[in-house]
Design a protein around this ligand. Structure first.
Ligand SMILES: Nc1ncnc2c1ncn2[C@@H]1O[C@H](COP(=O)(O)OP(=O)(O)OP(=O)(O)O)[C@@H](O)[C@H]1O
Ligand SMILES: [Mg+2]
Length: 1107
């Protein structure tokens, strides 16, 4: 197959009808046929795409094709639906213009396929990512679900959409899809109950019965056999090429992807099953007394099953099929239904149930696919709506009327958006505009939708009118009101010209649509417009336990009874078309005009008459004319200059100056005839696409040259870079090699040099060594010789000196002898008289000198008792005297260093020694203890502060003593304080004075001879203190206490000396009686301290441990 790539290639026929010459209907169709025969199914009229249904799959929707058309100029490649999709998507993304894609054409022309192609292209080129892909997938998967429920096989199309669909796809600022909104229009619900010959019900019924598992069918109480169901016509239940079972799986999968819960899917299938069951309910007449027939359900099995499925009470539904409640003026009346009415009611219920289910599906899908983000969206709307429908032999009914009305509206929006917008742009751009005549179908729209006398308004009026209303009364009304309208034709019209028109039956009216005349049969108009469902039925449905069912029939809620009639079908449709039109008007339109080539749904057949008919009513030739009258192509100066600047040397590569001037220079340079273009304010307008294509052709050629140039420069650059790289590498390699060679050479030279060097050094060293050895030997020889020589010399000298000395000594001896002899001779007479005494004195002097020097070693310590032994017996007396004198002298020296305090201490110690030495055994141990006096630290200790302050004089001694109790001999501790004038006994704990005795009252002190610390202070008889008796105390510092007492007595001039009585037995005068204190030597077992015991009334025995 030959597939052309560009409009500029040698096209099959003409790719853009605007270029068609000559332009007429025939040439138009020939061109279409020519292209169709060569598998070129797409042709442009400017930016409108004509799409012929190929009825077979062509390899033109591959991912490669998507890439080919992505971001390419509309005219660059051969016509394709992708080019239109790309253009729309890019201007949405880049120029922020909301888009709508209007797909029109008759049934089977390929609208639904085209809409899916557009969606899949946009999905392929827009952003990617996990979230975005999920959105895309949900948007795409909404199609199979809606097709299953809303499409059916018809005579014209095996997959005919029986509803209109408009889908807004929402994008964010980057062009990534965010979600979508689907609107559905007028489902052909009559199909649920009855299908024309050769057609079948909606796909889902067949898909469910063929594809569901046995288990599911059992749950739904269904049978796989189509023939069991009245609503499924049998003659075309199976469609060639349609695999219902596989489709069912696809649909279920799609529902899951879109986001249906399993329970929701189940509910939906239950309702589908309910519709089938409903169709099987049949009625029989039952005669009543009043002569009227009343309908009764014939076989209740299906009714029962349906009620079970939906959870409705059987009797409620059964009653609703037999009676009807009519409410008027707050009164309720029940009338019976005859069999025909029961069937009508049943079908109305089935139709309503199904169409409401379908609307619910759309709402549910919308819920899933709605954009989450609340940011501003850009929108691309895709409208796939039923095309113009004309059935032969006036078989057109209310549905066709509605559908054709919708197409009229679409045509009008096409006119408005294309032609008006075109004119406005010309005015804006200041381009001269020659008005083009085109047919404005506003008048037809008015005939149908006018609120006062439009056909729809009159139908509504008729439906709401009291009294008998039939289709005929409606036609009568039309005949009177629309008689004058030039697009309305009727036999009974006042206009006589149709009276004899036999092609116009009495029960019909004809409208001259913009696309041709259509004959409508009025039968059923009123009923279909009323779309009546008895309230009893909707109430019965609301009573169901099935939640979805209740949701679908909210008006059945008895709490919300609304006596107002529901809006008619015509009214609803008009309103929704109005909303749609408003929506489309805000968007930039893109058109896809679908044409079906034959009626047989087969490939390769092109039926001229059929195509001609479609071309005519789609107004395509007229479309081309309008396009040609104006300027086919326009572009802002900047982008035009950017695209074609390479065609002129002056503008290539850069044009400096206003873009408009650049374009002018460019077009002049390209010799484009001046009548071919016009300069707008911001855009250049080119009349004929051929001019544009010529420019494109030249551009392509130029691009080829430029490509060659770029290639040349690039190759040159590449080779040069390569060469430079090689050169650089070579230099590096050479440098490395040279370095390596030089290194090798150097290493060799170095090792050779080292060898030579070592040889030379060795030789030199050996020479030096030899020389040094020789020199050393010479030196040794010289030294030896010199030594020997010196030795000889020295010996000779020694010998000489010895001889000399001998000689000298001999001379002096001789001389001395001689002198001696001489002296002796001379002094012999004096020697005998004096020499003896002198020698004696000298000797004595020497000896004494030596003796005194020997004494020098003695130390200065008074404690040192050492003294050298006497050297000679004759020095004995002097030796002892000297020792004594020396000792006294050094003692004096020692004392001389004492301070006054220390002197006093020693004096005390001396006194102690005088008192106790050799008298009391305790004394020796006290010698080494210094007399501290204040053992209690009475001045510093805060405990005795009070006591201290009570003392009038300086405390000489403060100590802890035991006061011996006469009664048991035990001691109790007391503080003993001594001042110059008295002694005090105080309580140890409280410091309270117990006794204060002036010293003059103290007569004597008694102590033992032993090593104990007991002492008795005896008071003078008759003194003030004597009344309390003597004190028997013991103290560790006895020696000190007694010495201090004695010393005070010695020093005080006014007092007598205190007697110190040392004996092992003395009397103590306690208060009344005298007690004898006796000291005995106790064994060591008594412990270390003396123990006092009372022996009897007159004796206290103190046992002192033996030392
Ligand atoms: N581009 C195409 N390539 C191949 N086959 C196509 C193409 N377009 C349409 N067809 C075939 O034509 C059939 C009918 O197309 P489609 O269902 O899109 O028609 P339609 O215009 O939507 O009709 P209706 O108004 O009845 O819904 C498709 O089922 C498909 O077999
Ligand atoms: Mg369709």
């Amino acid at each position: 197959m030959e597939v052309k790539t560009s409009l500029l290639d040698n096209m099959i026929g003409v790719g853009d009808m605007v270029l068609l010459e000559p332009l007429n209907e025939d040439s138009f169709i020939v061109n279409l046929r020519n292209r169709f025969d060569h598998n070129e199914i797409y042709t442009y009229i400017g930016s409108v795409v004509i799409s012929m249904n190929p009825y077979r799959s062509l390899p033109i929707y591959t991912p490669q094709k998507v890439e080919e058309y992505r971001n390419r100029n509309f005219y660059e490649l051969s016509p394709h639906i992708y080019a239109l999709a790309d253009e729309a998507y890019r201007s949405l993304r880049d120029q922020d213009k909301d888009q709508c894609i209007l797909i029109t054409g008759e049934s089977g022309a390929g609208k639904t396929e085209a809409s899916k192609l557009v969606m899949s292209y946009v999905a392929a080129v827009c952003g990617k990512g996990q979230e975005v892909n999920k959105v895309k997938e949900q948007l795409l998967q909404s199609n199979p679900v809606l097709e299953a429920f809303g499409n059916a096989k018809t005579m014209r199309n095996d997959n005919s959409s029986r509803f209109g669909k408009y889908m807004d796809i929402e994008f964010d600022f980057k062009g990534d899809p965010l979600g979508g909104v689907i609107s559905n229009y007028l489902l052909e619900k009559s199909r649920v109950c009855k299908q024309p010959r050769g057609e079948r019900n909606f796909h889902i019924f067949y898909q469910l019965l063929s594809g569901a598992s046995d288990d599911t069918l059992m749950k739904l109480k269904l049978d796989r056999d189509f023939s069991k169901y009245n609503y499924l016509s049998l003659d075309s239940a199976n469609v060639n090429g349609l695999d219902d079972a596989a489709s069912f799986r696809t649909v279920r999968n799609a529902m899951q992807i879109v986001g249906f819960m399993e329970a929701e899917v189940q509910s939906v299938l239950e309702l589908v099953a309910a519709v089938l069951k409903l169709g099987n309910i049949e009625f029989k007449p039952e005669s009543r007394v009043n002569g009227f027939d009343e309908s009764r359900v014939k076989d209740k099995n299906d009714l029962k099953e349906m009620c079970e499925l939906l959870g409705i009470e059987q009797s409620v539904l059964e009653r609703a099929f037999s009676y009807r409640t009519v409410e008027a003026k707050m009164e309720k009346m029940s009338t019976t239904l005859n069999v025909a009415q029961a069937y009508y009611a049943r079908d109305a219920l089935a139709k309503n149930l199904y169409s409401r289910l379908f609307s619910w599906l759309v709402t549910r899908i919308n819920e899933s696919i709605k954009a989450q983000a609340k940011t501003r969206h850009k929108v691309m709307g895709v409208l796939d709506i039923y095309g113009f429908e004309i059935f032969e032999e006036g078989d057109n009914s209310f549905e066709q009327f509605i559908i054709n009305y919708c197409n009229e509206k679409l045509q009008q929006i096409f006119i408005e958006l294309t032609l008006r917008e075109e004119q406005e742009e010309y005015i804006r751009e200041d381009i001269e505009w020659t008005n083009i005549e085109y047919f404005n179908n506003a008048i037809i729209c008015d005939l149908i939708e006018n609120n006062q006398n439009g056909i729809l308004a009159m139908l509504d009026e008729e439906c709401l009118r009291p009294g008998t209303v039939t289709d005929d009364t409606f036609l009568d009304k039309l005949n009177t009101i629309c008689a004058e309208h030039q697009h309305f034709e009727s036999r009974l019209n006042k206009n006589s010209k149709f009276l004899t028109d036999h092609s116009l039956p009495h029960s019909c009216f004809r409208i001259q649509h913009y696309a041709g005349k259509v004959l409508y049969r009025v039968e059923g108009f009123v009923d279909k417009n009323n779309d009546l469902l008895y309230r009893d039925l909707s109430q019965a449905m609301y009573k169901a336990t099935h939640s979805l069912m209740r949701q679908l029939f909210p008006e059945g809620n008895p709490a919300k009874v609304n006596l107002k009639r529901p809006p008619t079908a015509g009214f609803q449709f008009k309103a929704s078309v109005g909303v749609l039109m408003k929506n489309l008007q805000t968007k930039n339109p893109n058109y896809i005009r679908c044409i079906k080539p034959n009626d047989k749904k087969v490939a390769h057949i092109f039926t001229d008459s059929l195509v001609c008919h479609q071309v005519r009513y789609l107004g395509l030739v007229e479309n081309v004319r309008v396009r040609r009258a104006g300027y086919a192509f326009r572009q802002p100066y900047e982008s035009c200059l950017e695209r074609y600047k390479m065609l002129c040397k002056k503008t290539w590569p850069h044009w400096r100056g206003p873009a408009r001037d650049g374009v002018e220079v460019l077009l002049t340079d390209c010799s484009v005839p001046t009548e071919e273009f016009a300069y707008g304010r911001s855009k250049i307008f080119i009349r004929n696409p051929r001019t544009l294509f010529t420019l494109e052709e030249r551009r392509r050629a130029c691009l080829e040259d430029l490509a060659t140039l770029i290639q040349k420069i690039y190759r040159g650059w590449k080779s040069r870079t390569h060469f430079l790289l090689l050169k650089k590498s070579q230099v590096v390699v050479a440098a490395w090699y040279r370095r390596y060679a030089q290194q090798n050479k150097y290493q060799k030279i170095k090792s050779a040099t080292l060898v030579m060097q070592s040889f030379v050094r060795g030789w030199k060293a050996r020479n030096i060594l030899r020389q040094l050895k020789y020199e050393k030997r010479c030196k040794e020889a010289v030294t030896t010789i010199a030594a020997y020589w010196h030795g000889t010399q020295a010996r000779m000298e020694l010998r000489r000196l010895k001889t000399e000395a001998r000689n000298k000594r001999a001379v002096s001896v001789i001389w001395a002898y001689w002198q001696g002899t001489k002296v002796r001779r001379e002094y012999r007479k004096f020697f005998r008289a004096n020499a003896g005494k002198k020698i004696y004195d000298f000797t004595i002097q020497r000896i004494m000198q030596k003796y005194f020097l020997g004494l020098k070693t003695t130390t200065m310590s008074p404690m040192d008792n050492t003294w050298p032994a006497k050297p000679y017996g004759f020095l004995e007396g002097a030796h002892t005297q000297l020792r004594r004198i020396f000792h006294l002298w050094r003692c004096k020296k020692y004392r001389g260093q004492f301070t006054e305090e220390k002197k006093a201490v020693y004096e005390e110690k001396l006194e102690a020694s005088e008192i106790f030495k050799d008298k009391k055994a305790l004394y020796p141990s006290s010698v080494s203890q210094p007399f501290k006096g204040d053992y209690l630290e009475i001045q510093k200790n805060p405990k005795y502060q009070k006591l201290n302050s009570a003392m009038e004089e300086k405390v000489l001694l403060a100590d802890l003593v035991n006061k011996i109790n006469r009664a048991n001999g035990k001691g109790s501790p007391r503080l003993f304080l001594l001042t110059k004038s008295n002694f005090v006994l105080a309580d140890q704990k409280t410091g309270q004075v117990k006794a204060s005795v002036p010293l003059p009252d103290l007569a004597s002190v008694s102590v033992s001879t032993q090593s104990d610390g007991f002492f008795a202070l005896k008071l003078k008889e008759g003194s003030a203190s004597a009344s309390k008796g003597d004190f028997l105390l013991s103290s560790e510092h006895l020696i000190e206490i007694i010495t201090k007492l004695h010393r005070i007595g010695t020093t005080a001039a006014d007092r007598d000396q205190i007697n110190i009585d040392i004996s092992d037995e003395f009397l103590v005068q306690f208060k009344q009686d005298k007690v004898c204190v006796k000291f005995i030597q106790g064994g060591p077992k008594n412990g270390n301290s003396a123990a006092c015991k009372r022996k009897n009334n007159r004796l206290l025995e103190v046992s002192v441990p033996s030392p």
